[in-house]
Design a protein around this ligand. Sequence first.
Ligand SMILES: [Zn+2]
Ligand SMILES: [Zn+2]
Length: 382
Amino acid sequence: MSNSTSPKLNWGNTIFLTILHIIGPFLIGIYLYHFGLSFSLVTLGLIFYFLTGLSITAGYHRLFAHKSYVAHPALEYFYLIFGAAAYQNSALNWCFDHRIHHRYVDQEDDPYTIKKGFWYAHIGWIIEASKEKNFPQYKRDLVRNPRVVWQDKYYLLISTLSSLVLPALIAGIWGEFLGGFIIAGVARLIIVHHATFFINSLCHMWGKQTYTDTNTAKDNFILALFTYGEGFHNFHHLFHNDYRNGIRWFHFDPTKWLIKFTSYFGLAQKLYKTPSRKIFLAKLEMRKKKIAQKESLSKLKSNWSDYIDSVIEKLDSTYGEWFDLKEQYKVAYSEFKKSKTKLAKANMQKLKIEANEAKLRYKHTYRYWRSYSRLLLRSQCV
Ligand SMILES: [Zn+2]
Ligand SMILES: [Zn+2]
């Protein structure tokens, strides 16, 4: 490549990442060779791994960038201090890039577009000097938050103290100052970097497009294990205001659990959840789209397209009916709890039976839809 087309480098980031990835492993190796690894250091490293990574995902990402809930100023300070310890820029700049990523995903203006390859989306975009971005609207609300502005102003000092000095001082209490710096500081930082960088790279490469195929974001439960629950990225790109990325109770999403946990103490409020019917319809539409893309089905004589529409309509109505009755049952239940009257009890029981009947009707239709849509998707018509 000629010099005229070579990208300009962000020298600060390039030098920092080079030192971290070359001198870092060297220091870690020497330390392990001479001192080994104590249980206390591993514990401290793990605590800092979760503190800093979750401050990025629950703080920088879901709170400041997407406003999926409202946090108490004390919690904001917490996330700003430990988010800085991940050395990923100030929250103000991080959110600015991330909002542009969502708005222009996969396009030229996407700061870490996967269209430029794994390396670029993972780390290359950080070492390249960023182009002038004229999108003031993506910072406007953040510059009105004095805590975000404070962190942006003193970012380098805060990150050095919380990322490297603090773990060293803590480990120094039991005589492992150097170990605290190298293991809970440097080694932990390298791991947190790549765990969170995977969200921009692998989460746009591997996995399922369960809810939308209008962008490259993928749902991948294995990546969720390494990314603090951010692996359900296809869902996130469609419903970015949702405080959850993994919506089912068994989806590994420690960020969602932390946000919920802090809400029990009044530290987090107004946790936004996408209406379940909206999610349900997006999933159905996506499956319908996948079926319609199968060229071989055009050879089928049956009017499968109209049939799919009628099944989806029935699914939507049975789901809506079940959902409404469930809500009515919840109201009747709380009324019975308050009044304890026979009439309230009878009403509650009636609604319980009706809601269960509606659930059965929906489940029956859903099972039918699942078998039929799978049949069409797997068909090989010649
Ligand atoms: Zn993304
Ligand atoms: Zn996002």
